[in-house]
Every structure is written in C-alpha cells, then in structure tokens.
Ligand binder design. Structure first.
Ligand code: COA
Length: 407
C-alpha cells in the first residue's frame, strides 16, 4: 500500500470534489438538482476520502438512517458513494476504506447493522456484507394481463398530480406503512428531496415524475410514483410506463393502484425495478408469466454488532440456538452466541456452550432480513449446521423485504 495516499475524514467543502469523483467512476454526469439534494443529506463526519497529492481519488460515506427489519426498526449505517478513480483501482484503496468504515461504525455504537446496494455482486462479501434481499424486476406486457374487477362500490378514489404537491399524503402513507415493511428506510424532508429530485436530463426522454394517491373515507391509503416514456411506431402507440414505487395499506388500494398503472392509455409495457420477491401483483393477475419477472440482488446487510443486531429483530418462531460466528474484520463478533427469542423479542449473549450452527458474518448478514434461508446457505456449504437444532424457520419472516429506493 502506498502510504502517500492519505485517508482522512471529509469536510463539507469536499462535497463537490466527491461528486466529481462519483461522476467519473459511475460514467455519468449527475444533474445539479441531484447534487444539491445529495449535499443536503451528506454527513461529512461519516464520509472518508483518500487523497493523492491533494486530489481526492477514493470515497465512501455513511448516511444515518433507520431500516425496517423483521419486527423492528433499527438504526442502520447506509453505506453509499463508494468509488475509486480508474487510475487508482485494484491497489487496495477500497479495502482500506471499508475496514476503516466498519471500525468507525462499530466504535460509534449507534448502528448494529450496515446496509448497501452493490454495483457488482462480487465486491462486498469479503467485507462481511451478505445478499439479504432478493428483489424482482418486472417487464410487463400490460395488454396481456388482466386484473380482477374493482369492487362495485369502491371505497376510495384516485388523485393524480405532481409528487411535490401530493407529498403530504405520500409521506404520511410511507410513514404509516414503514414500521411493517422490511427493507424500507426512513425518509425525512431531506430524503424526500433526494427521492423526488427529477431533473429533465435524467429522464431519458420520459415524462416528469407523476404521483397518484388513493384516498379512502378515512384519508390516504396508498400511492404510486411513475413516469411514461412515449413511443410510436408503425403499429401505433407503444409507450412504456416506468413504475418507481407502489405503496398500499390494503388490498383494495393495491388493486386500484395497479389497475391504474397497467391501464394507462397508449402504453404497451410497464416496467418495475423494485418489487418484492413475493410481490402480491404476481398473485393478482391472470397471466403472471407476462409480468416478465427477473430475480436480482437488492439490499446487502453487514452485521456490525452481533448481540445487538440479533436481539433487535424478531423471529418468526421460538428460537434457542448457539451460533458460532467468524468475523475477521470486527473480531469482537467472533465466537459463540446464544440467541433466544421468538415473535415477541430476543436476547443474544456470549456463551461457551457447544454450537448448533457455524457461519461467517457474511452469511449472518444474508439471513438477517428473513429472506435468505440459512438452510439454503447450508446446502451451498456456506453455513455448517452442526446439530439438529436448525434456526432457519425462526430467521424467516412472513413477508419478503421490499426496498423502495436505491440509495
Ligand atoms: C469497486 C471499486 C470501488 C473497487 O475499488 P478498488 O480500490 O479497486 O478495490 P480493492 O483494490 O480494494 O479491491 C479489493 C478486492 O476486490 C476485488 N474487486 C474490487 N472491485 C471489483 C469489481 N468491481 N469487480 C470484481 N472484483 C472487484 C479486487 O479484485 C480485489 O480482490 P483481490 O484482493 O483478490 O485482488 C472500484 O473499482 C470502483 O470505483 N468501481 C466503479 C464504481 C463502483 O462500482 N463502486 C461501487 C459502488 S457499490
């Protein structure tokens, strides 16, 4: 490692140079509106840069947000903005930053887990991040799928408009649903600014972002965000509806929102980037294959503090198990831990009892959101089940995670 490359904590003044670096490594030119919104959530004291001769050549940062996990909402270090200049890649800079960041997060003692999206799936397992949340994308032939008819007397109605104008209702629904939705991160006003930033340059020829809110007799019960990419060819209209988010408090709202999105005039396709692996839409349409589902990775979880993380979430069934965990980076996690709990809560303490299951911190992260099965990881040889006491069912959850944004 070249010691001339100095790793330091950022200052607020570094934000423009960091944005330039991220533009370079991600081969893009982020619009000013996005830069300004991201400056609003930037936490310089949790951001690390590496300098070479005074120029920033590498960066990563942590954003302090909460994440919904099975049965609980926990503070989670949201890791993002990871990049190393092409001139400095594969010299260990990312490794240096990741190790420092993990130690910093552990020492701060605020977050029991860290979470991120990976640009490439090979990058983060070596740092203890496990794939915790498969997600679906849909590429829907909307003229070839039918949804059930709406109720004869619908309880609500749809109101369409600019997301900024409808934000009070949208944010209210989001906050109401969030405690139950594994994989959702909290959004204050600054985050809504990030989420709803909609510069023309980023639309790739599509319309502005639209919102629709479902209003029931007692207030809003759901919303959707989408845009439309217009297209015409010799067969006529061929527009694509690009769905960003759908949130519904009840089945009637869910059906109403999807009937609206799949029925937009002049469209022949509807695409969805972030659907849960068990997205209810699959069970609602008459021809689910025409949804064109594809399974991708979603959130990656890194357990920072084993006892706090395991005691923070709830379990689908009673569990009393000894886990033998290996963590080469945050070595305080290494050792045997007794996890006792169930649907109402859990405790996790160090033990010298014999282990039921052995795994690395990466596999524990993968299983943390209740979506990646410990038994499947064992079948892949990534987890060793040492006794008949198998905690797979307890680690599961009744619904799959459904992340709403790529941060
Ligand atoms: C990903 C990135 C940050 C890696 O930085 P780096 O400083 O080159 O990483 P390191 O030198 O510390 O590499 C650590 C190890 O991970 C591997 N690795 C790192 N990035 C990889 C990638 N994109 N694909 C495959 N392997 C990768 C390296 O080969 C190395 O393995 P080795 O020690 O067995 O040789 C850098 O390539 C980059 O900025 N890429 C473009 C932006 C991006 O994808 N950022 C991540 C956003 S989530």
């Amino acid at each position: 490692m070249n010691e001339a490359l100095r790793l330091r904590i950022s200052t607020a003044d570094d934000h423009p140079a960091i944005s330039d670096l991220l533009d370079t490594v991600f081969h893009e030119e982020i619009a000013r509106e996005h830069r300004e919104a991201s400056a609003g959530v930037f936490e310089p004291e949790r951001s690390l840069v590496i300098e070479d001769a005074g120029a920033i050549v590498a960066h990563t940062n942590v954003l302090s947000r909460d994440l919904t996990v099975p049965g609980a909402v926990v503070p989670a270090a949201h890791v993002t903005g990871v990049g190393v200049l092409p001139t400095h890649r594969r010299r260990g800079l990312l490794t240096r930053m990741m190790h420092r960041q993990l130690h910093d997060v552990a020492e701060a003692g605020r977050e029991p887990v860290a979470v991120l999206w990976a640009s490439e799936t090979k990058i983060y397992p070596r740092f203890g991040y496990g794939p915790a949340c498969a997600r679906l994308t849909f590429s829907i032939m909307n003229r070839e799928v039918r949804l059930p008819a709406p109720p004869a007397e619908p309880a609500g109605q749809l109101r369409m408009g600019d997301p900024q104008d409808l934000l009070p209702a949208v944010a209210k629904i989001y906050d109401q649903l969030r405690p139950e939705r594994v994989g959702w991160s909290d959004r204050d006003d600054r985050w809504w600014r990030v989420v709803l930033a909609d510069p023309k340059d980023d639309r790739d020829g599509a319309t502005k972002l639209w919102a629709v809110v479902h209003e029931g007799p007692g207030g809003p019960t759901g919303y959707a965000l989408w845009r439309v990419k217009d297209s015409w060819d010799e067969r006529g209209p061929n527009a694509e509806v690009q769905v960003r988010e759908v949130a519904a408090a009840d089945p009637e709202t869910y059906l109403a929102l999807w009937r609206f999105l799949l029925g937009i005039d002049l469209s022949r396709a509807v695409t969805v980037r972030l659907a849960a692996a068990d997205e209810p839409l699959q069970y609602l349409v008459d021809e689910p294959r025409r949804l064109g589902p594809a399974l991708l990775d979603g959130l990656w979880i890194r357990v920072i503090d084993v006892p706090r993380a395991l005691a923070a979430r709830r379990y689908a069934a009673p569990v009393d198990v000894v886990l033998d965990v290996t963590d080469p980076i945050l070595t305080q996690n290494t050792g045997r831990w007794r996890l006792t709990g169930g649907p109402d809560g859990a405790t996790c303490e160090r033990t010298s009892d014999p282990a039921d299951l052995a795994c690395s911190i990466t596999e524990l992260g993968a299983a943390y959101l209740g979506a990646t099965s410990l038994a499947s990881l064992a079948a892949a040889g990534r987890v060793r089940q040492l006794t008949a006491n198998d905690p797979t069912v307890a680690f599961g959850w009744h619904r799959r995670p459904s992340p709403t944004e790529i941060f």
